[in-house]
Design a binder for this molecule. Structure first.
Ligand SMILES: Nc1ncnc2c1ncn2[C@@H]1O[C@H](COP(=O)(O)OP(=O)(O)OP(=O)(O)O)[C@@H](O)[C@H]1O
Length: 326
């Protein structure tokens, strides 16, 4: 049974048994980028999806927006308001994209049009999704900018006139102005320096509360996760291997991979930095059994043969590891 069923709270968005395979039936090798993913996100909740490069994080984020390449096979369900987003026609999904579900990326400069002012970006977006007149559109935009700390006198400036952190604030305001149900932040702070990263994360936390928007925070950097997450989902080789509250994942990690990830984060009391030895799996031919078994310091014979069943420690904390199976 999953957390949401146990607590009885209805999720905002619900991913069920999601499998994603790239290069399905084309000439290239199939890549099994996500396998049997189950993930519910509640209203106003910040869930971080963490794992090494290539573990399938961005693939899952893109599937929610239906932005995967055409020859990608997706199986399972991504449910929002009783609709399976994977089955919606392109026109319907275009309507949802930007309005109910929005996304912020690592590189705001690459997403903002250098020839358009901040105002023009907002007006274009609001014209596409609403029938606000110009006055209301400007008022809404200035409110959203205000919420992210950009003063109204910068409304007619161009993207290059802002610092990296301010451009990311503008992206957040653009992502929130339509009051979306869920915001997907894909490595949203990765290119920023540590102080600005922290400011942007705090900002995301604050605006989530104000707008009651959920956030799926995708990152390989565990350092930025502790600060903002309600829950953390750990992904390895396209499979969820552990999930729990931020407190549980950081202070009581169970899966050997999660433990390795946590130990590789630099903290104030770090004396010796550790890392997870070995290389991430090839998702064209994922390892049999538990995908982490070739790198696991506690590997057992059955780990090579069979993916573990879920072990639940309480309503929120679960892992998939043979070490904990009774
Ligand atoms: N368009 C694509 N076609 C084929 N394979 C892809 C495509 N995009 C990603 N992959 C593969 O899918 C797997 C998961 O990639 P994904 O980008 O989702 O991982 P990630 O955890 O987000 O990593 P990163 O942090 O490096 O972006 C990887 O093996 C990657 O090479």
């Amino acid at each position: 049974m999953n957390t949401e069923q146990e607590t009885g709270e209805k999720p905002n968005i619900s991913i069920k048994n999601l499998d994603i395979t790239y290069n399905y039936e084309n000439d290239s090798e199939e890549v099994k980028a996500a396998r049997d993913i189950n993930l519910d996100i509640k209203n106003g909740e910040i869930v971080s999806l963490v794992g090494e490069s290539g573990s399938g994080k961005s693939t899952i984020g893109s599937s929610i927006l239906n932005l995967l390449p055409k020859d990608t096979l997706t199986r399972g369900k991504i449910q929002l308001d009783g609709k399976n987003l994977l089955e919606l026609p392109e026109n319907d999904i275009r309507e949802i994209r930007g309005k109910d579900i929005s996304k912020i990326f690592q590189d705001p400069m690459g997403r903002l049009n250098p020839l358009m002012t901040v105002e023009q970006h907002f007006i274009e977006l609001l014209n596409e999704h609403t029938d606000f007149g110009k006055e209301k559109a400007i008022e809404k935009s200035i409110d959203a900018l205000n919420d992210v700390g950009i003063p109204p006198n910068r409304f007619e400036d161009y993207p290059h006139e802002f610092s990296g952190g301010m451009r990311q604030r503008i992206m957040i305001a653009l992502a929130l102005v339509l009051n979306p149900r869920i915001l997907i932040a894909d490595e949203a702070t990765t290119s920023l320096d540590v102080v600005v990263q922290s400011q942007i994360l705090n900002l995301l936390r604050d605006v989530t509360e104000k707008y009651n928007t959920s956030i799926l925070n995708i990152t390989h950097n565990l350092g930025v996760v502790a600060e903002i997450s309600d829950r953390v989902v750990v992904l390895y080789g396209g499979k969820v291997v552990e999930k729990g509250s931020a407190e549980e994942i950081f202070h009581k990690p169970k899966h050997p991979y999660t433990k390795g990830l946590i130990n590789s984060v630099i903290g104030l009391d770090t004396e010796e930095l550790e890392w997870v030895e070995g290389t991430p799996p090839d998702l064209v031919n994922p390892p049999s059994g538990c995908p982490f078994h070739p790198r696991c310091p506690q590997v057992m014979e059955k780990c090579k043969k069979q993916f573990p069943e879920q072990t639940g420690f309480n309503d929120s904390h679960k892992t998939w590891c043979h070490l904990y199976e009774s």
